[in-house]
Design a protein around this ligand. Structure first.
Ligand code: ATP
Ligand code: MG
Length: 358
C-alpha cells in the first residue's frame, strides 16, 4: 500500500462544499486503484474559528500540519473579517513556514469549457504560471506614520533575495525545459517603474537562463503581459512572476479558462521537506455560500494536482479525464457554467465517471 496523509482545512463558505466533493473524488480514486490508502484529518480553522478564538488556527497549528504529506484547503474569508486577517493568520504562515515557494497555476482550457476569448478565435489554452510564493511584494515590512495628521503615510517594502529569486526562476526554467511544448519562458517585470527590485529580478532571469540555453526567454512588463494574456494567450508556455504580479496574472488566467469555479492552484515545496498545499483560486464566495451550488471543478482539479505531486500520475490523469468528460457532456454542471446541478450532484457524477472509465 502507498500511504498518504492529508490535512483537510475546508475553511469558510463554499470552501466547505467544494472540499467535500474533492475528497469524494480522492476516495473514489483510492477505491479504483486499490493500492493507495489516504488518512485524513479535518481541521475547522477558518474565519468562524477566528470569531470564536481570536485567531485563525491554534498557536501550534503549524506544528500540527508539519507531519502531513499535504494540505487540502478550501477557502478562508468571511464578511466582517478583514482579508488580511485570514491571509496573515493562516494562508501566508503556511506558505512560508513550509517553504511553499512555488505557486503553480495552470492556465489550461479544459475539454467542455468555452473560454470567454472564444469569440476571438481562442479554442486552446495550455500554459502554466509560476508565481513566487514566499517573498517579493508580500512582505510585512513597513508601517504607518503620522496617522491623523496631514502627513499621514504608509510604507511597504518589497523583499527580493538572491536565494528566493534564483530558486523560483530555476524551477520555472526547468519546467519550460522539460515539459514546455515550446521551451519558452516569459518573465514578468516592471523594471521601468520599479527601479531596484525589478532590475534585480531581470538580472537573475538572464543569469539563470545561461543554465538553460535551450529555453527561449522573454522579459515582458506586467502591464503589457496582462494585455497579451487576452490578445495572444496562445504564445505562452511557462510564465514566471513575482508574488504580486503572479497573483494578478493568475486571476486573469482564471478568467480566460472559464472563471473562478475552474481555476486550481498548488503551493509547492519542491524538496518535499514540508507538506505542499492545494487550494482553489476562488475565495469563500459569501454570495453563494450555503446554497450548495458552488462549482467544485477547481477543488477536484486541485485533488488531481495533489496526486500528481505524490507521483500518482496515472490516477491524477484519470481524475482530469473524468472531470472533463462530465464537463463536456454538459448534462450535470453547476449554475456558473449555465447548468442547474448542485455541487454534490456534480461531484458524484465525476466519481461515477471515474469508476466507469477506469
Ligand atoms: P473571499 O472574500 O473569500 O475572497 P470573494 O467574495 O472574493 O470571497 P470569490 O470566491 O473570490 O469571492 O469569488 C468571487 C465570485 O465568483 C463569488 O462571489 C461567486 O459568485 C463566484 N465564484 C467563486 N468561486 C465559485 C465557484 N467555485 N462556483 C461558482 N461561483 C464561484
Ligand atoms: Mg476574493
Amino acid at each position: 500500500m502507498r500511504n498518504y496523509s492529508i490535512a483537510l482545512i475546508p475553511g469558510d463558505g463554499i470552501g466547505v462544499d467544494v472540499i467535500r466533493e474533492g475528497k469524494k473524488v480522492l476516495d473514489t480514486a483510492c477505491e479504483i486503484d486499490g493500492g493507495i490508502s489516504i488518512q485524513y484529518e479535518q481541521f475547522d480553522w477558518s474565519c468562524e474559528y477566528y470569531l470564536k478564538h481570536g485567531k485563525m488556527m491554534p498557536d501550534n497549528g503549524l506544528e500540527i500540519l508539519k507531519n502531513f504529506d499535504s494540505i487540502y484547503l478550501g477557502a478562508v474569508g468571511y464578511p466582517g473579517v478583514p482579508d488580511h486577517v485570514s491571509l496573515w493568520g493562516l494562508l501566508l504562515p503556511i506558505r512560508r513556514q513550509f517553504q511553499q515557494y512555488i505557486n503553480i497555476r495552470p492556465v489550461k482550457l479544459l475539454r467542455g469549457i468555452k473560454s470567454p476569448l472564444a469569440n476571438r478565435g481562442v479554442e486552446d489554452l495550455d500554459f502554466i504560471v509560476i508565481r513566487e510564493n514566499n517573498e517579493g511584494e508580500y512582505s510585512s515590512i513597513g508601517g504607518r506614520m503620522y496617522e491623523g495628521t496631514n502627513m499621514d503615510m504608509a510604507i511597504q517594502n518589497s523583499v527580493f533575495t538572491r536565494h528566493g529569486v534564483e530558486r523560483v526562476l530555476r524551477y520555472a526554467f526547468n519546467l519550460a525545459n522539460q515539459q514546455g511544448k515550446r521551451k519558452r519562458l516569459t518573465a514578468a517585470t516592471k523594471s521601468n517603474g520599479i527601479n531596484h527590485t525589478m532590475p534585480f529580478w531581470d538580472e537573475y532571469v538572464q543569469k539563470i537562463n545561461k543554465e538553460f540555453p535551450d529555453v527561449k526567454t522573454d522579459i515582458i512588463h506586467i502591464d503589457a503581459l496582462c494585455a497579451f494574456f487576452v490578445t495572444k494567450p496562445d504564445v505562452f508556455d511557462v510564465v514566471v512572476a513575482s508574488n504580486l504580479f503572479g497573483d494578478i496574472l493568475t486571476d486573469l488566467g482564471a478568467a480566460i479558462i472559464g472563471g473562478l469555479g475552474i481555476a486550481p492552484s498548488a503551493n509547492i515545496n519542491p524538496e518535499k521537506k514540508f507538506p505542499s498545499m492545494f487550494e482553489p483560486v476562488h475565495g469563500s464566495a459569501p454570495d453563494i455560500a450555503g446554497k450548495g451550488i458552488a462549482n467544485p471543478t477547481a477543488a477536484i482539479w486541485c485533488a488531481s494536482m495533489m496526486l500528481e505531486h505524490f507521483g500518482e500520475n496515472k490516477l491524477a490523469k484519470a481524475i482530469m479525464e473524468a472531470l472533463q468528460d462530465v464537463l463536456e457532456e454538459g448534462r450535470i454542471v453547476t449554475p456558473d457554467l449555465g447548468g442547474n446541478a448542485t455541487t454534490e450532484e456534480f461531484g458524484e457524477q465525476v466519481c461515477r465517471r471515474l469508476r466507469e472509465n477506469y
